[in-house]
Design a protein around this ligand. Structure first.
Ligand SMILES: NC(=O)c1ccc[n+]([C@@H]2O[C@H](COP(=O)([O-])OP(=O)(O)OC[C@H]3O[C@@H](n4cnc5c(N)ncnc54)[C@H](OP(=O)(O)O)[C@@H]3O)[C@@H](O)[C@H]2O)c1
Length: 327
């Protein structure tokens, strides 16, 4: 018999609404409670989504003994604190990206999960998405030969500049690299492995965080990657993988619509298209519950090592790009 898991929502902002909408379509999940820093906001969110219990602090949420899993959707700067709070109350955690501001915090979160023997996963949708899983399968089959170069980007035009908003405020962990640049960075690591060299250049805001960032990476065997993330350029999301025998083009026209083009010289372009009803949050939630059903403390799709490697390379990129959240 499938078990039903009670979920708690910590920090009911934009993405939390999308998450709850997706969770409510899963039979084995029940959104039991929501916790906000403000009881009125918790009550409003609970009324919108018909959630039984609401709390005016995160501490009260994690003290609810009936909650099995907490979804953390606060700004980046608080993920480490909120994750440790949940883990110490023995709640399994699915925490939004970026997992934390630096490797030191990510390592502490993972160490706490191991000590408390509680499940922890970063809510990072890429490795759950069908287009990425198909690309991986094609590359592993040898059809394209070896990868020689990867070009990844994520950009939108976030004007006007709002120094207090989550995307630009350094106190909330704002900045293009942490918010969206980590997607092309993940792609480079996922397809090419650990880089030998990383260089990065940024265009900084008056508050000294990146509104655009460009990254160059070198890997074993002469392989390279070029990444770009920006709040100034409406370039969408894409990754091109150049290989010995052809190329793969991954595109996301929206969170729901993904495509994978396979380009081989002398052949028609083959296009695979996915028009999903879920933007990936549902897949992440399902993975958490599958792991708990099997008494696993981490996912193999988005493992602790995936988060450590991502954070380690983010540290390096931020340093090279002249971004420091701790000045
Ligand atoms: N996976 C995805 O596709 C995706 C998409 C968008 C965002 N995200 C991630 O989700 C997280 C939240 O993003 P969002 O766009 O949902 O943000 P948001 O709308 O600003 O919501 C964040 C929530 O965090 C809480 N919070 C706690 N401390 C705060 C503080 N000092 N200042 C402001 N808010 C604070 C607030 O809720 P209360 O005050 O009511 O508790 C707020 O509603 C980020 O880590 C972001 O990267 C992921």
């Amino acid at each position: 018999m499938t078990r039903t898991y009670n979920w708690g929502i910590l920090a009911p902002g934009n993405i939390a609404s999308k998450f709850v909408a997706e969770l409510q379509g899963i039979q084995s999940a029940k959104v039991l409670a929501v916790g906000s820093r403000d009881l009125i906001r918790a009550k409003e969110f609970a009324a919108t989504w018909q959630i039984e219990r609401c709390y005016g602090s995160y501490e009260e949420l994690v003290a609810d003994p009936d909650i099995d899993i907490v979804y953390i959707a606060s700004p980046h700067a608080f993920h480490a604190t909120h994750t440790k709070l949940c883990l110490k109350h023995k709640k399994a955690v699915l925490c939004e990206k970026a997992f934390a501001l630096n490797l030191s915090d990510v390592s502490e979160m993972i160490e706490t999960a191991r000590q408390e023997r509680v499940f922890l996963m970063e809510a990072f949708m890429t490795p759950h998405q069908p287009s990425y899983r198909e690309a991986r399968k094609i590359l592993d089959s040898g059809l394209m030969g070896e990868i020689k170069h990867l070009n990844g980007w994520f950009g939108f035009n976030k004007s006007p500049y709002d120094s207090n908003g989550r995307l630009f405020n350094p106190a909330l962990g704002g900045g293009a690299m942490l918010d969206i640049g980590l997607y092309p960075l993940f792609d480079a690591l996922w397809f090419l492995g650990q880089p030998l060299k990383v260089e990065a250049f940024s265009d900084l805001t008056p508050q000294k965080i990146d509104q655009s960032v460009s990254v160059s990476m070198q890997f074993d065997g002469g392989k390279t990657a070029a990444l770009f993330a920006s709040f100034l350029a409406a370039v969408g999301v894409g990754t091109d993988i150049f290989c010995e025998k052809g190329a793969l083009r991954l595109r996301r026209s929206s969170a729901l619509n993904q495509s994978l083009e396979i380009l081989l010289p002398g052949e028609d372009i083959r296009t695979l298209q996915w028009n999903e009803t879920s933007c990936g949050l549902k897949l992440e939630a399902m993975e958490v519950m599958n792991c708990l059903n099997e008494n696993r403390l981490e996912s193999t799709i988005m493992s602790h090592q995936n988060s450590i490697q991502l954070s380690e390379n983010l540290d390096l990129v931020l340093k090279k790009a002249g971004i420091n959240y701790f000045l």
